[in-house]
Design a protein around this ligand. Structure first.
Ligand SMILES: Nc1nc2c(ncn2[C@@H]2O[C@H](COP(=O)(O)OP(=O)(O)OP(=O)(O)O)[C@@H](O)[C@H]2O)c(=O)[nH]1
Length: 335
């Protein structure tokens, strides 16, 4: 069974995420895609979920309300996604809350219950051109939030500089310059009302599809807005469609292999610059003394927690532009 691609929509509160999602739902059929949606909202009452259901009454929708997709909600994510998978969608769209770090959902997708069923396709981050430059000073006292907003930019595969109707050209140039300090490699498009050619994210996803040509979709919607690509457009646009800069490498581990906590930690320390995150279910020790652990590596710290996990041990590595061969080879030589 092939894995269902997941598109993550991130961006600060009010930047235009739901506007984008509604458009993606409207146009999915033109790409012969049956979408499912996971909405995450901070409040108990969801507003956006109702909006989506109004626009698309049969929508395969799951909601995670009253909290951010972070540690406290992670356990619910696999349940929600499994529920969506029952209706066999071609693509799953996840709209995060404005204060979520996309890395956390990517992490959740690598849980044993989900790993065989889904794969990250792209992280799209929507930026509010009118306010994005103010965040650092507005939230200066909240370093965690400033960090999250920076990560939203840094890990995006596609950046939408939205609400360009509300800023001058001069301001736009200065915004671009600042955004590029956080992410100089990914495609960056100027948009109003999150309008752009959806081939950039849907293109190539459907196995059944005859894709609308880029210009068709573009012309149909573009009375409003020109698509503009900044820096290295071709390099990024030519990437295979199912490629996200955030990559996940799952390394299965032969059960008879001797692994120690120290050897794992040394390996992770060696690769810490490349890795955003790592985790794994590992059996540590020798013979009868072997014990299963959930290993979590985040922010350069490794945490070990005993677990009742009985499956095949594995290590998950998450990072930007991972050098898969080197990581695998090194792991095999390391222990
Ligand atoms: N002027 C202008 N307004 C926009 C643009 N894009 C979205 N909006 C409006 O901005 C408001 C917020 O848009 P949403 O799409 O709900 O933003 P969001 O990121 O989903 O917001 P949260 O769910 O609060 O995180 C809505 O009223 C939109 O109509 C734009 O390009 N220009």
């Amino acid at each position: 069974m092939s894995k269902v691609p997941v598109i993550v929509i991130s961006g600060f509160l009010g930047s235009g995420k739901t506007t984008l999602l509604l458009r993606m739902l409207r146009e999915a059929a033109a790409f012969q895609l049956l979408p499912a949606v996971l909405m995450n909202e901070l409040g108990k009452q969801d507003v956006d979920g109702h909006l989506l259901q109004e626009a698309s009454p049969d929508l395969n929708l799951a909601k995670l309300l009253d909290g951010c997709i972070c540690c406290s909600k992670k356990s619910d994510i696999s349940g929600s996604i499994k529920q969506l998978l029952m209706r066999k969608p071609d693509v799953i769209l996840i709209e995060l809350t404005g204060v979520a770090n996309p890395e956390e959902i990517v992490d959740a997708l690598t849980e044993p219950a989900l790993l065989p069923h889904v794969k990250l396709h792209q992280v799209v981050t929507v930026l509010d051109a009118e306010h994005v430059l103010e965040y650092n000073s507005i939230f200066a006292s909240d370093r965690e939030l400033v960090h999250t907003l920076r990560r939203q930019m840094e890990v995006a595969d596609l950046l939408l500089l939205n609400k360009t109707d509300l800023v001058t050209d001069k301001q736009l140039k200065s915004i671009e310059k600042t955004v590029r300090k956080s992410n100089e490699r990914s495609l960056l498009l100027h948009t109003t009302h999150s309008l752009f050619d959806l081939n950039f994210i849907f293109g190539g996803l459907s196995s059944r599809q005859q894709q609308p040509s880029s210009s068709l979709v573009f012309n149909k919607n573009m009375g409003l807005q020109a698509v503009k690509t900044i820096k290295e457009p071709n390099k990024t646009a030519e990437r295979p469609a199912s490629f996200s800069r955030i990559q996940t490498l799952a390394i299965p581990i032969e059960d008879d292999r001797l692994i120690t906590k120290r050897s794992v930690e040394l390996y992770l320390a060696k690769w810490r610059k490349t890795l955003l995150r790592a985790k794994g279910y590992l059996r540590i020790g020798n013979g009868d003394k072997r014990e299963a652990y959930l290993m979590q590596f985040a922010g350069n710290r490794t945490h070990w927690q005993p677990t009742a996990f009985q499956g095949t041990p594995y290590l998950i590595l998450i990072g930007l532009d991972l050098d898969r061969h080197s990581l695998e080879d090194d792991w095999n030589n390391y222990q």
